[in-house]
Design a protein around this ligand. Structure first.
Ligand code: HEM
Length: 452
């Protein structure tokens, strides 16, 4: 794995960080060291920190607020931490300083380790990328509350209920392609991915499809780092909870087969409270729409940017489960890290770092998925990859309940497009595709394509 070199930087608030030797200096920051390896730069920052009269570890600001990821690269700092198999004490844009966890073994073990708590986050200033700590429903709970609610969810949303939707998902993919076929050009983001993912989540949950335009704005609120300000986020999240509360009342009068009806019934049977019900369906709607659409649009971008991959899919438009898994591993849909956890007791990590009781960790699933100890040639996309224990659907008690559905959607979306549109190609150069900024989920603005 290539070694990266860095420069130590500071700003007028006496915050400290490092940037890659070739990176642009972020606005408001200045260089304070020569180019060196990461350990040298971190020691330099520690000395500077102590010389200013500070005690303890110097937190390295990461990601530097307002500086966004570029395209599909994971940050050079994260790559170097992987190479060094090292934890780093960072200052995230908001909340407490935390341990950044990069390598596969540590990320996986923390996701599965009950000594790390999500439920304790509200008792701290949660380490995070978003202006407000997010209401994450079951994602914010530990056992036994988590077990209680997750078992209710699993009883109404599982492999069988996802398989039952397959026919409807295929139908909506075909209907969208019917419209695409009447044109010579299209934007696959607006003309395919967003309505496709929207129809599926509405069908699953029993949300009227006409309301889709309303919740598009709400999705960005959940994911916004710098796109929206804190007040806008709070206002939108309140509007979303109000909408969900009204929808639940409508469902109560006439329960159907959808997910909201199933969860509302569980609420009536006393298995989850009114508040738990609203928070859970809000998170399901956001998580189910946002991640799948981001993953699908970037998968299409990656395939269409590569002539060999495009040819392979046109010749044989079926996509194996292995290929879908590899797209999940390869595409860093999270911009940097997943949700923080707080240590409930002292935990000694393999690199000798002692994570003290009460200290937070920020696991980076996207780094773990590029760990060369686990994945052969991690930076290349290999649709035939055999050994692929990626973590893109999580691990441990919070593993993704929608992973199976997400994989069905991605497979059907890609296969239907390539099966039906034999001339499908990018209409602009891959370098001109613009990534959206200020969000913690990576996505693109548009994917212009030629259809004939
Ligand atoms: C390809 C698409 C998807 C990806 C990449 C994805 C990724 C993830 C990941 C990584 C986690 C765990 C995060 C952590 O432990 O920090 C998670 C949890 C979760 N996901 Fe997904 N997800 C996807 C699709 C979906 C869908 C379709 C739904 C629902 C309709 C969904 C609902 C949830 C929920 C509710 C949780 C929290 C589970 C718990 O706390 O027990 N996800 N997802």
């Amino acid at each position: 794995m290539k070694k990266h070199f860095f420069v130590a930087i500071t700003n007028e608030k006496n915050e400290f960080s490092v940037i890659s030797e070739n990176a642009f200096l972020p606005k408001g920051w200045k260089k304070i060291s020569d180019i060196g390896d990461l350990e040298t730069c971190i020691s330099f920052l520690q000395n500077t920190w102590e010389n200013l009269g500070n005690n303890g570890r110097c937190p390295v600001s990461f990601p530097i607020h307002g500086v966004d990821y570029t395209r599909l690269e994971i940050n050079p700092l994260q790559k170097e931490l992987l190479r060094l198999k090292r934890l780093l004490w960072i200052r995230p844009p908001y909340g407490d300083s935390a341990w950044l966890i990069s390598n596969y073994k540590d990320v996986r073990s923390i996701l599965k380790d009950h000594r790390f708590s999500r439920q304790q986050c509200p008792f701290h200033n949660e380490s995070r990328l978003t202006p407000h700590p997010l209401d994450t429903s079951i994602m914010g709970m530990d056992q036994p509350d988590h077990t209680r609610i997750r078992s209710v969810l699993d009883s109404v949303f599982n492999v069988k209920t996802s398989m039952d939707l397959k026919g409807k998902i295929e139908k909506s993919a075909h209907e969208l392609v019917d419209v695409l076929e009447t044109n010579s050009q299209a934007d696959l983001v607006e003309d395919f991915v967003m309505p496709f993912s929207g129809i599926t989540i509405c069908e699953l949950m029993g949300v009227p499809f006409e309301d889709r335009t309303r919740f598009r704005v709400w999705l960005d609120s959940f994911s916004s780092t710098t796109l929206l300000d804190a007040d806008q986020v709070a206002k939108n999240m309140e509007a979303m909870h109000k909408y969900m509360a009204e929808l639940i009342e409508i469902k109560r009068k006439n329960l159907g087969n959808d997910l909201i009806s199933g969860l509302t019934k569980a609420n009536e049977e006393g298995k989850l409270s009114d508040r738990e019900l609203i928070e859970l369906i809000t998170v399901l709607l956001i998580a189910g729409h946002d991640t799948v659409s981001a993953q699908l649009m970037i998968s299409l971008f990656v395939i269409l940017s590569d002539t060999e991959l495009t040819r392979q899919l046109k010749d044989n438009p079926s996509l194996s489960t292995n290929a879908v898994k590899e797209l999940l591993r390869y595409i860093p849909v999270d911009a940097y890290v997943t949700f923080a956890r707080y240590a409930k007791e002292d935990v000694l990590m393999d690199d000798g770092t002692l994570i003290k009781k009460g200290e937070p960790v920020l696991p980076s699933i996207i780094s773990a998925n590029q760990d060369p100890e686990v994945f052969e040639e991690p930076e290349s996309l290999d649709l035939n990859r055999k050994k692929n224990p990626h973590l893109m659907l999580g691990a441990g008690i919070h593993n993704c309940p929608g992973g199976f559905l997400g994989m069905i959607e991605i497979e059907i979306g890609i296969c239907t497009l390539f099966k039906r549109l034999s001339k499908l190609s990018l209409a602009i150069s891959p370098e001109d595709i613009k990534f959206r900024e200020g969000l913690q989920v990576r996505s693109i603005h548009q994917l212009p394509v030629n259809l004939n």
